[in-house]
Design a protein around this ligand. Structure first.
Ligand code: PRP
Ligand code: URA
Length: 222
């Protein structure tokens, strides 16, 4: 696995990178990587890991005081200060993470960005995009299990910036050093969350050790 200190990132870039390395996350990720893990369990784990990661990625959401009457007395509590959120999965594999985040933020809107990597050039091709009408007012959580070259993620970030979005957070489950550098170099404000920093890409731009093709494993295709 890669070490965050050996990625050649600046201090400013390091501050925008969070590795969600909670023991439960690492345990679930090990099962996810296993080639013996079947489609249903893989899908369930992607959803669960997205929930854990969403918890970290929303840690700085603002609160405001609210008066609550318990059965015994009135007290001042805290509730979310009306932050508007959009979850933006990169199709297809990102779809597997949407429900985990919706479990945390049920009122979030969901936009879709369709990108498919060309198997030869590894360049992403956009085939579908649809965002909520007020997306520029929302914190956007882009979700995709895999960050390999970073081509799909940077194209999705650019699409959201063009739509006027200011607060963009990218949530991936497994990242290659190449993708981490590409994303943090590409956009000076994006924040990146990953459950693992893997070693490298192979000649076909697959992440090593990785978990294979996330979309195929979520949807049972090949
Ligand atoms: C995978 C993955 C990412 C992308 C990562 O999607 O889900 O979107 O590749 O690679 P990159 O960082 O080099 O762009 P893929 O294009 O295979 O489509 P799929 O989700 O439909 O399987
Ligand atoms: N997309 C995947 O699904 N897996 C990889 O390892 C790289 C890109």
């Amino acid at each position: 696995m890669a070490n965050v200190n050996n990625l050649g990132l600046t201090l400013e870039q390091l501050a925008r990178l969070t590795v969600v390395d909670h023991p439960l996350v690492q345990h679930k990720l090990s099962i996810l990587r296993d080639e013996q893990t079947g489609t249903k369990q893989f899908r369930d784990l992607v959803r669960e890991l997205a929930l854990f990661e969403g918890y970290e990625a929303t840690r700085d959401f603002e609160l405001e005081p609210v008066q609550v009457k318990t059965p015994l007395e009135e007290c001042t509590c805290q509730h979310l200060a009306g932050k508007k959120v959009a979850i933006v999965p990169i199709l297809r594999a990102g779809l597997g993470m949407v429900d985990g985040i919706l479990d945390l933020i049920p009122a979030a809107r969901v936009g879709h960005v369709g990108m498919e990597r060309d198997p030869k050039t590894h360049e992403p091709h956009e085939y579908y995009c649809k965002l909520p009408p007020d997306v520029e007012q929302r914190t956007c959580l882009i979700v995709d299990p895999m960050l390999a070259t970073g081509g799909s993620a940077t194209a999705a970030i650019q699409y959201l910036r063009d739509a006027g979005v200011r607060d963009i957070r990218l949530l991936v489950l497994v990242a290659a050093p190449e993708g981490v550098r590409a994303v943090l170099d590409f956009d000076p404000d994006v924040r990146l969350y990953t459950c693992a920093l893997d070693r490298e890409l192979n000649g076909s731009a697959y992440i090593l050790p990785g978990l294979g093709d996330a979309g195929d494993r979520i949807f049972g295709t090949r």
